[in-house]
Write a protein that binds this ligand. Structure first.
Ligand SMILES: Cc1cc2nc3c(=O)[nH]c(=O)nc-3n(C[C@H](O)[C@H](O)[C@H](O)COP(=O)(O)O)c2cc1C
Length: 229
């Protein structure tokens, strides 16, 4: 591939999009947020139907309301998170402390971004066959979510994907006036990071990649192909 077709910057970026949960309370400039959302809507979707919609929350009272619901939801389900020993330096403990920080400071986050998705798209289920409200097609919205996370990193904003709103989604719908035809897929708190960006910790692709057959390593595959040649 020629140089004009490659973008090494992307490969640095994609490995540096950690969940940034410690955020400064300073406002996020409108133009940065617009850039991020424009990146979001460049995502692919089946038949290009673009089944996403955003609600941007900046109002302090609304953020306090959300933060209170979120704290209750987290404490009920992940109470142990709040009892992590401060001396524990394992990755899990560090993540737990970051989550706890996020819960305790959610109301100070400059922007809470709700990414919504059209329900039961594209596999429309007839109204009479539905049990309650169908969920959104998450797969149709996550490419947009990932573009948003990448774009936040690219403009120097910290962001983290959260999904715990799902336990109080009805109340959230009512509060934000979201129509029943949409579900809230993720809540992304966004702001300038307190700490530094850094590399993500992931297993290498080679450890989860097989060739020709599940479980086959490249070496074994090369040998078997060579035998046939
Ligand atoms: C589908 C999905 C749901 C997630 N839900 C939450 C969540 O509810 N709360 C949260 O703090 N992080 C959530 N995350 C973020 C992950 O915890 C995080 O990406 C993972 O632990 C790796 O950490 P890193 O991105 O900082 O490397 C979610 C991520 C995905 C992809």
């Amino acid at each position: 591939m020629s140089d004009s077709n490659t973008n090494p910057g992307f490969f640095d970026l994609v490995g540096n999009v950690r969940a940034m949960r410690r955020l400064e309370p300073d406002p996020v400039p409108d133009e940065l947020l617009e850039k991020v959302l424009e990146a979001g809507v460049q995502a692919p979707s089946g038949m290009n139907l673009q089944p996403w919609a955003f609600v941007v929350m900046r109002d302090p009272e609304a953020k306090r309301w959300f933060a209170n619901h979120y704290r209750r939801a987290m404490q009920t389900r992940f109470g142990a998170l709040f009892e992590i020993d401060d001396a524990d330096t394992s990755p899990l403990a560090r993540q737990a402390r970051a989550v706890r920080y996020q819960v305790e400071h959610m109301h100070e986050t400059p922007v809470l971004l709700f990414v919504c998705g059209e329900r039961d798209w594209p596999f429309k289920v007839a109204e009479e066959d539905r049990v309650g409200l169908a969920p959104p097609n998450y797969g149709a919205v996550y490419p947009c979510v990932q573009n948003i996370l990448l774009a936040c990193r690219a403009v120097g904003l910290g962001a983290a994907l959260t999904t715990m709103h799902q336990v109080f989604e009805e109340a959230l719908h009512e509060r934000l006036g979201i129509p029943d035809t949409y579900g809230v897929v993720v809540t992304i708190p966004i702001g300038f990071p307190k700490g530094r960006f850094g590399p993500v910790r992931r297993r290498p692709a080679a450890s989860v990649t097989y060739h020709e057959r599940w479980g086959a390593t490249p070496d074994a595959t090369r040998e078997s192909v060579a035998r046939k040649e």
